[in-house]
Structures are given as structure tokens and as C-alpha cells.
Ligand binder design. Sequence first.
Ligand code: MG
Length: 312
Amino acid sequence: MNTRGIKEVSIFEVSPRDGLQPEPEFIATEKKIKLVNDLADAGCKRIEVTSFVHPRWVPQMRDAKEVHAGIEKKPGVAYSALVPNVKGLELALSCGFREVVTIMSTTDGHNRKNLNMSPKESLAEIEKINRIAAGEGVKVRSYIATVFGCPLEGDQDPAKALEIALALESFGSYEVSLGDTTGMANPLSAHRIPKLVKSRLTKAGLAVHYHKYHGLEFANNLASLEAGVTVFDGAAGGLGGCPYAPGAKGNCQTEILVEMFSRMGVATGIDLEKLYKVGEYAQTLSTLLHKTCKSPQGAAHGQEAGGRQETV
Ligand code: MG
């Protein structure tokens, strides 16, 4: 239980996409398929499977079509794909995805690094994505990255995230996920910003997406729960990272998040024992996990050259 009386939350599992995409060595398609299937078997009802981005930028996701073709389509499970633009959406639609995920950042610098567009251009693209998806009856979920701080531009005014969230809602996105891209949130900001955004959204739901920072991510998720958030992003095994912010080690580890909720009497619908096994499996796929976790602020000085990569 919690002081809000929330008895049930929803987990949005991102390990197959957000978790695996920065991995430098290509992971065999059948291993990705196994990860998705095992997550569904553990009771995950919402799984971000892959992304449709140019293979030059994200070679790890070049088997998006094959992964979708190979996974079990378990009834009651929403399988989604990240699409950075209309072209990505068209590919996702041609594969049969019924849910897509968009992404943009609050800052110009991070958005250009991530997507090679200004935030304004991203909004126009996401509006188009929503329009086309709605015509196909496909749901759109939207990430906003760098909400709690940007490795390039520092602290962020919550008004920016709010403005973007309201625009995304007006385009038709059914849920907005606030991303702490490089683990810069703290329990105060993790309470204050989601509370502000949630108080203004009228149709779209709100989720939070925290990254690992020595356990602070669980305090942040708890603070957001106390702010009334009921949708939480996580990656089994804590997979992930941000290539433009070497300090960002990975996504919040879903199995520990689920255990935290379970101990509090907050249901997730996920079998914890099975999820721990999936987390162990997910970690065997990763080489990034074993790198050192530096401070997120220091990450601003550690910019790496290289291709774009859609990071939340
Ligand atoms: Mg992430």
C-alpha cells in the first residue's frame, strides 16, 4: 500500500528495444525473440519489442521485421515498436504492429543528437505519425526525453515537458512517458514534475521512465507513485544506456521494481519468480552492463561521436 491508496500499477517493459539497442555487438534474432516471449510468459502485458530506425544509425535493430514475425502474439499483450518518423511508422504498420512509440526530447541539443531534428520538427513529425496511425486504428505512445535534466543543456524547466505533453495529447497519443534520460532525477523532481503534468492531461495517461543511478531510480519511481503515477517503464536485467551520455548505465531494473511494488502490496500482474529468470537471461545478452557508472553530470563532458540513437 502507499499513501495514495494505489493497489495496482502497469509496467511497460522496454528491455528488447530500449535495453538492447545500445549493445555494440549484434544479438541474434532468436535471442531477442526468446526475450520477448519470456517476458510475455512472465506476465508482462506491454512490451516494447523493437524499433524501425535506419540500420545505419541503430544496427542492433536491423532485424525488427524478423523479430516481430518470430514472436508469439499472446492475446492480451500489447507489442509495440519505436518509430522515429513517418517512414518508421510505415514499416511498423507493414509488419502488423498495432502500437507504436514516438520519442522526442525537451532540449534542442539532445533532440538533434537523438533524431537529427529540432523539437519543433519532431512535434510536427509526431503529429503526422498520430494522424496516420489513427487512420489505421493503431495506438501511439509518446516518450519525452531529458525531462528531469539534459546531459547537454542541464536542468530543465518542467514547463517545457508540460507543453510537449499537452501537444502530444492533442495529437492523440494515448500515453506520455516522462524520461529521465541520464539518471538526473531525484525524488523531489520525480514527484513534482509528474504531478504537474498529470494534473494538466485530460485524456492521455502518464508514465515515468527512470534510469539507473545507484538505486535512486527506485526512490524516483516511489516518489512518482506518490504523485499518482500508475504506469512505470522498466527493463528486465536493467539493460540499456545512452550512447551520448556514458554516465547513463541502464534502465530501471524491472524485476526489482516489481518486487518493490509487490512488497508494498501494489499488484503488477507479473510473476516475480519468472521475471527474475528473464532478467538473468537478459543480462547474458549484454556487454554494456559491466561498464562503470559515472555521474550523470559528468556525462556532459563525455560526449561521444557516432551515429544517432533513439534514447529515452
Ligand atoms: Mg531508457
